[in-house]
Design a protein. Sequence first.
Length: 136
Amino acid sequence: MSKKKVTLAVRRTYSEEFKRERVKDYESGQHTVLELSDLYRIKASIIYRWIYQYSVYNKKKVRIVEMEQSSTQKVKELQQRIKELERLVGQKQIKIDFLETMMEVAKDELGVEIKKNYSSQASSGFVKPPHPEDTL
C-alpha cells in the first residue's frame, strides 16, 4: 500500500493595517482589485471583503466604480508616449543638423549664402509719407 503525502495549505493572516492600506490603494485609484490580487497573491474575493469592511465610502453608502484602466496603466502609456516624442525630437534634430551642414557646404563650395545674416541692417520697410497737415 502506498501512502499519499498530505500537505496542508498555509493560512496567511494579514494585519488590519495591511488590509486598510490595500483598501486605500484601491480607493485612491493606484491599483485595481485584480492588480492587488496579482501583486500580493491574494484572492480577489478577499480583497473585496476588505473593501466592504474598511472602505470609507461603504460607510457613506457610496458605490465605488472601478475604472477600466488604473493609474499604473496610465503611467505606462504616458511613459511610452514620452519615448515616442523623444524619438521624434531626435529625428527632427538630425534633420536640422543635416540642413545646417548643407547650408555650410553651399556657402563653402558654391559661394551661396543661404543663412540669414543677422548682422546686416534690417530693411526700413514701408515708409509712410508725411501727412500734408504735418508739414505746416
